[in-house]
Design a protein around this ligand. Structure first.
Ligand SMILES: [Zn+2]
Ligand SMILES: [Zn+2]
Length: 236
């Protein structure tokens, strides 16, 4: 589903009681470490109003650290994914990295949710493997994973030596840009990892570098488009 004019969402979906969504650039930057932090807080408040609850954010460091949302305090935990069993919206911030949202149910049909920030570094460090494992450790009988919009394999150009180094162990990541230079396909690699972990994968196609309705770190560096981060959010 694509959002209407009043919706802060670029895309949203639901399964059972669990909802997932990705915010649009129009809904504004929601990262307080970029640009006008006061504006980001206002955008977060607008989002909270739309969701009916304040989304929780991480202090992201491109690691494979998965934190427990149920025991984390009020302050943003330093991690790149979280898993929890409460209804409060869990968010990750992205602008080219992949936002991956997870929903599962345990034996007693209680929802388990997770959200991961999977850029090149986090993906290679195993953040998705670890998030899927954390879902299972919480008793998830089945896991659905939505791979959200990020830099696509046709746009995410990297140096040849970097491609060579990472593709040795993760061949699905190897790609070429649409202009024929070495590139990484984070989405293809994410799908490989998630399917190996037994998740049902939902691809939410969309390239941040190509779609101005999403924030892109790489595009903003090149074109001077507004910098920011959009959010991937899961809640029930
Ligand atoms: Zn990132
Ligand atoms: Zn692209």
């Amino acid at each position: 589903m694509t959002g209407d004019v009043d919706s802060p969402f670029w895309w949203s979906d639901s399964t059972g009681d669990v909802h997932v969504a990705f915010t649009s650039a129009e809904a504004g930057n929601v990262a307080t470490h970029i640009g006008d932090s006061q504006a980001a807080l206002t955008n977060r408040a607008d989002l909270a109003q739309h969701l009916g609850a304040a989304p929780r954010f991480l202090d992201q460091v491109h690691s494979a650290e998965v934190c427990d949302a149920d025991t984390a305090g009020e302050a943003a935990p330093t991690a790149d994914a979280w898993v929890g069993t409460a209804s409060a919206p869990l968010a990750v911030l992205v602008a080219d990295c992949l936002p991956v949202l997870f929903a599962g149910i345990d034996r007693d049909h209680r929802p388990i949710t997770a959200a991961a920030h999977a850029g090149r570094q986090g993906l290679l460090a195993g953040v998705l493997e670890r998030t899927a494992a954390a879902m299972r450790a919480r008793g998830a009988q089945s896991v659905t994973a939505w791979i959200g919009p990020g830099a696509c394999g046709g746009c995410y150009e990297v140096p040849a030596d970097m491609l060579e180094a990472v593709a040795v162990n993760r061949p699905s990541i190897a790609s070429r840009t649409s202009w024929g230079t070495p590139a990484l396909n984070l989405r293809a690699e994410a799908r490989t990892v998630l399917e190996s972990a037994g998740a049902d994968v939902v691809d939410v196609p969309g390239c941040t570098i190509e779609d101005p309705q999403l924030f892109s770190h790489r595009r903003s560096q090149r074109t001077g488009d507004p910098q920011g981060r959009f959010a991937g959010i899961v809640w029930f």
